[in-house]
Write a protein that binds this ligand. Structure first.
Ligand code: PGA
Length: 250
C-alpha cells in the first residue's frame, strides 16, 4: 500500500533561520519514523537550502506558491530556482493566497505551470462555510471542473488535491472537521475526479485533508478515506508533528 502523505505547510514561520534549523534538526532525529510516510517540508523560500540539506534521505521539499511571471521580475522566484533546490511539489490555490485576490482562472494557470515545470501541484480547495443543503458540494464540483478541465489524463495523474475547509484552518483539533464529514467529502471529491478523468486516473490522485490536524485528531481523520494531511501550525512543533506521523503510520 502507498505510504501516507504528510505535508508540512510552514507558511511564514518560524521567525528566524536558527529556529528553522532547530526544527529541521529535531525532525531529522525521527527520520526512521518519517520514512514511513511520504514527507514534504514546505518552508518559506529563505529556508529552502537548510531544509534541503536536513531532510535528505527521508523527505522532499515543496513550495507554498508558484510565480507565474516570466522574464525579469524583481521580487519573484521562478519554478526553475526552486527546482534547483530539489523542490518536488507546489501548493497552489491555498485559501490564504485566494484571500489576497487569487482567482480560479489564475490558479488553473498555476496548476499548468507547475506541471510544465515538473512540480506536482497540490491543489487546495474548500468551502468558507458548510451548509446543510450541500450547496458547498456543488460549488466544489464547479470549481474542480474549472481548475482541472484543461488537464489531460497524463497531467491529471500527477496532481494531488488538498481539501481544506476554510472554517477549519488555524484552529484546534476540537474545531476541525468530524471524521464522518471528511469521509463524505472525500467520497464526493473522488466522484468528481472519476467523472472528469475516469477511474484509472482518479485512483492515482491522492486526496489530502488540511485544517487543524493535530495529534488529537490525526488518527481518526486518517480513517476517513484520505491519503494524508497538509499540516499547518502543528508542523511547526517537532513533537506534535512526530505524533501525527506516528498515529498515521500505525
Ligand atoms: P492549520 O493550517 O493546520 O494550521 O489549520 C493548514 C493549512 O492552512 O494548510
Amino acid at each position: 500500500m502507498a505510504k501516507p502523505i504528510l505535508a508540512a505547510n510552514w507558511k511564514n514561520y518560524p521567525n528566524s533561520l536558527s529556529e528553522a534549523q532547530k526544527l529541521l534538526k529535531d525532525l531529522s532525529k525521527k527520520r526512521a519514523l518519517f520514512k514511513k510516510t511520504s514527507l514534504f517540508i514546505i518552508p518559506p523560500y529563505p529556508y529552502l537550502e537548510s531544509a534541503a540539506l536536513r531532510i535528505k534521505g527521508f523527505g522532499a521539499l515543496g513550495i507554498q506558491d508558484l510565480s507565474l511571471e516570466e522574464g525579469t521580475h524583481t521580487g519573484e522566484v521562478t519554478p526553475q530556482i526552486v527546482k534547483s533546490f530539489g523542490a518536488k511539489l507546489a501548493i497552489v490555490g491555498h485559501s490564504e493566497r485566494r484571500a489576497m485576490g487569487e482567482s480560479v482562472e489564475l490558479i488553473a494557470r498555476k496548476i499548468k505551470l507547475a506541471l510544465h515545470s515538473g512540480l506536482s501541484p497540490l491543489i487546495c480547495i474548500g468551502e468558507k462555510e458548510r451548509d446543510h443543503d450541500g450547496v458547498h458540494f456543488e460549488k466544489m464540483r464547479e470549481e474542480l471542473k474549472k481548475l482541472l478541465s484543461g488537464l489531460d489524463k497524463n497531467e491529471a495523474g500527477k496532481i494531488a488535491v488538498a481539501y481544506e475547509p476554510i472554517w477549519a484552518i488555524g484552529r484546534s483539533a476540537s474545531e476541525a472537521i468530524e471524521p464522518a464529514d471528511l469521509s463524505q467529502t472525500a467520497i464526493f471529491i473522488k466522484k468528481v475526479l472519476n467523472d472528469l478523468f475516469g477511474e484509472a486516473v482518479a485512483k492515482k490522485i491522492p486526496i489530502l485533508y488540511g485544517g487543524s490536524v493535530e495529534p488529537a485528531n490525526a488518527e481518526a481523520l486518517m480513517k476517513s478515506g484520505v491519503r494524508g494531511f497538509l499540516v499547518g501550525h502543528a508542523s511547526l512543533n517537532a513533537k506534535s508533528f512526530e505524533e501525527i506521523a506516528r498515529s498515521i503510520t500505525k
